[in-house]
Design a protein around this ligand. Structure first.
Ligand code: ATP
Ligand code: MG
Length: 657
C-alpha cells in the first residue's frame, strides 16, 4: 500500500460516485436460470455443504473424506478426494455420448484460417500429447513452461500436463526472453512448450527466438517442444523437438490416473502491475470445482445450446479458468481467437460473434473502452442478436463503458456481469448472477454464494453501508491460491498480514446504501487529497462519463498544498479533436460529478496509456511521469514505446490553477 495511506489514522475510502441506473434480469433468462436466489440462502446456511454440491458436478475417482481443512492461512479442500482434471474436462463428455460436440471453434487471425475440435478430437490430441510428455521423461510434479500463441495446442498442452500430474506454468506469449527466463528459473521447469510463432496484427510474430535466448541460460531445461504454426524459419537445436514429429506418432490411448485433490495443477505468475510477479499456485479439486461452478452460474451456461467466447489470452488467469478449465469441465462449446481485435479490420470481434452466433461473451473493460473509442457504427454493422449474457473482467468497469457495452453490443437485452476476481482467487468471487441480480452499471454487486467477502476499515472493522475501505475475504474458498510457489512467507506477508485472519486482495471497495459492492482499484493507487482518500477508479469513471473521453487513467502526484494532487491522463474518443478548453471542460465535469475535492489538478491528453499484457493500466508508471521521476520497471508493459509517446506530450501539459 502507498505510504500515504499507511498508519492508523487512515480514514475509509471516500464514496463519491452516485449511480442510480439499474437493470433487472430479463424475465425469460430469470425463469430458466441455472442458479436462482435460493443459492445465496443455501450457501449462507451451510457453506461447506454448498461447495460439496458444486464439487459433485465433477467426476471423482475417489470421494473426499473431509471438505475443508483450514490451518490459516493454509487450506486443503476435498481432502482425500481424487480426480483427474483432464478426464473431467474431456473424457467424461465423450463417455457420456457428447464426443461429437464441438469443444473449440478456433479462429486464426488470418481470415479463413480455422479449426474445429470436437470433444472426441480433443480427447485424441490430449492423449497423444500426454504420451509425448511421458516419452520426454516428464512426470508427476515436474514443471513445464508453456510459451505459446492462442492456438489449439495451447489448451492441449495444458490438459496433457494436467492429465499426467505435471505442473504447467503458462507464460504470456508476449513476454521478453528475460521475463520468460526468470519464470522458467523460478519454477525450475524441465520442459518448455512453444511454437515457431503466431499471427498478430496481420503478420507472423516469432516466439522461438525468444525461447532460444531464454533457454540458453536455463541449463535445467532438457527439451523444447515446438509447434509449427507460422512455418517461418527457426533454428532447431539439440534440445528442440517438433511437436508434429513427436506427438503425431503417439498412441491416441492414454489412461488418466487420478490425482489427489490437493496435487498442484499449475503455477501462474501475476501480471506484475504492482511489482515483482508472484508464482501463484493452484491445486486440483477445489480449483476445478469453483471454476466450473462459477462458469455455470455467472454465465448461465447451457452447454447444449450456448456458444461461449472469452476474448482473454490463455496466458492470463481468465484464459486458464474461463477458456480452458471451467468451460471444458462444463462441456461447453467455446470460440478461441488467435489475434487482435483490429485485424484485418476493427469489426473483427463482431464478425466472429456473428459467424459463430456467440451467445455468451466475456471481455475486459480495456477492450470495451477501445471499441467505444473506435465508434458505435462498427458493431452496428453486424448481427449480434445471438448474444444473451455479457461479462467483464480485469479492472473496474466504468459505468459509461458498462452502459455502452449493454447498449451497443448487448442490444439492451443482455445482462452484463461485472466479475471481480484475481489470479490468486482462481475463479470469480464477486459478481451479479444474470438471472437474479438487478445490476448497477459499474458494480460487481455481491459475493457469489459460498464466498464471504466484506469491506473493512483500517482496523479491520466492517464498514457500514455507504462507506468505503479495503476489500477482504473472511473465509477460505475452494479455488484459492495455496501459496506462492516456493515462498510460503511471501504468501503470508502479502495476503494474510494486513488484517488478522482475513485474506487481503489489495483492492479498495465501497458498499453502497444497499450494501452492494463497488470495486475501487488497488489500494496502492488510492490518492490522499486534502485528507480524503479518493480512489482513482471513481475519478476515471467520472472522466469517461464525459462524451469526449474514451479512456482515462488517474494518479496522485505529490502536491505541496493538498498532499497529493490528481493528475489525469485521457484519451479522447475517435472523432473528437483536442482543443484548448478541453482540460477546463473535463476538470469542471469531474467537479460536478464527484464534488470539487475530486477535481483534477492537471489533465493530459495522450494517444495511449501504459498497459500490462492483460490490458491493465499501469498507474505507477504514470505516477513517475506526473512526479517527473525517471520511469520505473517497464518489463511487464504490453508496448514499451507508449511511455515515450506520453513523455513527449509532457511539455504541452495543461497545468491549471
Ligand atoms: P499484480 O498482482 O502482479 O500486480 P495483477 O493484479 O494485475 O498483477 P491479476 O490477478 O490478473 O494480476 O489482476 C487482478 C486484479 O484485477 C484485481 O486485484 C483487481 O485489482 C483487478 N480486477 C479484476 N477484475 C475486476 C473487476 N471486475 N472490478 C475491479 N477490479 C478488477
Ligand atoms: Mg494482483
Amino acid at each position: 500500500m502507498a505510504p500515504e495511506t499507511a498508519g492508523n489514522e487512515t480514514q475509509a475510502l471516500s464514496n463519491l460516485l452516485q449511480e442510480n441506473r439499474r437493470f433487472e434480469p430479463p424475465a425469460d433468462l430469470a425463469a430458466a436460470a441455472n442458479v436462482t436466489a435460493a443459492a445465496y440462502d443455501e450457501a449462507a446456511a451451510d457453506r461447506l455443504a454448498f461447495w460439496e454440491g458444486a464439487a459433485e458436478r465433477l467426476t471423482w475417482a475417489k470421494r473426499w473424506d473431509k471438505t475443508l481443512e483450514w490451518n490459516p492461512p493454509f487450506a486443503k479442500w476435498f481432502v482425500g478426494g481424487e480426480l483427474n482434471v483432464a478426464y473431467n474436462c474431456v473424457d467424461r463428455h465423450v463417455e457420456e455420448g457428447r464426443g461429437d460436440k464441438v469443444a473449440y471453434y478456433w479462429e486464426g487471425e488470418p481470415e479463413g484460417d480455422t479449426r474445429v475440435l470436437t470433444y472426441n478430437d480433443l480427447k485424441t490430441e490430449v492423449a497423444k500429447a500426454a504420451n509425448a510428455l511421458q516419452e520426454l521423461g516428464v512426470g508427476k510434479g515436474d514443471r513445464v513452461a508453456v510459451y505459446m500463441p492462442m492456438i489449439p495446442e495451447l489448451p492441449i498442452a495444458m490438459l496433457a500436463c494436467a492429465r499426467i500430474g505435471a505442473i504447467h506454468s503458462v507464460v504470456f506469449g508476449g513476454f521478453s526472453a528475460q521475463a520468460l527466463k526468470s519464470r522458467i528459473d523460478d519454477a525450475d521447469a524441465k520442459l518448455v512448450i512453444t511454437s515457431d510463432g503466431g499471427y498478430r496484427r496481420g503478420k507472423p510474430s516469432a516466439l522461438k527466438p525468444t525461447v532460444d535466448e531464454a533457454v540458453a541460460e536455463c541449463p535445467q531445461v532438457e527439451h523444447v517442444l515446438v509447434v509449427r504454426r507460422t512455418g517461418e524459419d527457426v533454428a532447431i537445436g539439440e534440445k528442440d523437438i517438433w511437436w508434429h514429429d513427436l506427438v503425431d506418432r503417439q498412441s491416441d490411448q492414454h489412461t488418466a490416473v487420478p490425482h489427489d485433490a490437493e496435487d498442484p495443477l499449475y503455477i501462474l505468475y501475476t501480471s506484475g502491475t504492482t511489482g515483482r510477479p508472484k508464482g501463484i499456485l493452484h491445486t486440483t479439486g477445489g480449483y476445478l470445482t469453483q471454476t466450473a461452478w462459477t462458469h455455470h452460474a455467472v454465465f448461465d451456461l447451457k452447454p447444449e445450446t450456448d456458444i461461449y467466447w472469452c476474448t482473454a489470452d490463455i496466458g492470463w488467469v481468465t484464459g486458464h479458468s474461463y477458456i480452458v478449465y471451467g468451460p471444458l469441465a462444463n462441456g461447453a462449446t467455446s470460440v478461441i481467437y488467435e489475434g487482435t481485435p483490429d485485424t484485418p479490420h476493427r469489426g473483427r470481434f463482431w464478425e466472429i460473434v456473428q459467424k459463430y452466433k456467440v451467445t455468451l461473451l466475456y471481455t475486459a473493460p480495456t477492450a470495451i473502452r477501445t471499441f467505444m473509442k473506435w465508434g458505435d457504427d462498427i458493431p452496428a454493422k453486424y448481427d449480434m442478436s445471438s448474444l444473451r449474457v455479457l461479462g467483464s473482467v480485469g479492472e473496474p468497469i466504468n459505468p459509461e463503458a458498462y452502459v455502452w457495452y449493454r447498449e451497443h453490443i448487448g442490444g439492451e437485452r443482455c445482462p452484463v456481469v461485472d466479475t471481480w476476481w484475481q489470479t490468486e482467487t482462481g475463479a470469480v468471487m464477486i459478481s451479479p448472477l444474470p438471472g437474479v441480480t438487478a445490476a448497477k452499471p459499474g458494480a460487481a454487486m455481491r459475493p457469489l454464494p459460498g464466498i464471504v467477502a466484506d469491506v473493512v476499515d483500517d482496523q479491520g472493522n466492517s464498514v457500514p453501508n455507504g462507506g468505503g475501505g479495503f476489500l477482504v475475504v473472511r473465509e477460505p474458498w475452494p479455488s484459492m491460491l495455496r501459496t506462492i510457489w516456493g515462498d510460503d512467507q511471501r504468501y503470508i506477508d502479502t495476503y494474510w498480514s494486513r488484517f488478522e485472519g482475513m485474506y487481503f486482495p489489495g483492492d479498495g471497495a465501497k458498499k453502497d446504501e444497499d450494501g452492494d459492492l463497488w470495486l475501487l482499484g488497488r489500494v496502492d493507487d488510492v490518492m490522499l487529497v486534502s485528507g480524503h482518500n479518493i480512489s482513482t477508479t471513481e475519478v476515471e469513471s467520472a472522466l469517461v462519463s464525459h462524451p469526449k473521453v474514451a479512456e482515462a487513467a488517474v494518479v496522485g502526484a505529490t502536491d505541496p498544498v493538498t498532499g497529493q494532487g490528481i493528475v489525469a491522463f485521457v484519451i479522447l474518443r475517435g472523432s473528437v479533436e483536442e482543443s484548448d478548453d478541453i482540460a477546463a471542460d473535463l476538470r469542471n465535469h469531474v467537479a460536478k460529478t464527484l464534488g470539487p475535492i475530486a477535481k483534477p489538478r492537471q489533465i493530459l491528453v495522450v494517444p495511449e496509456l501504459p498497459k500490462t499484457r492483460s490490458g491493465k493500466i499501469m498507474r505507477r508508471l504514470l505516477r513517475d511521469v506526473a512526479e517527473n521521476r525517471s520511469i520505473g520497471d517497464v518489463t511487464t508493459l504490453a508496448d514499451s514505446t507508449v511511455m515515450n509517446l506520453i513523455s513527449e506530450k509532457l511539455p504541452s501539459a495543461k497545468q491549471e490553477d
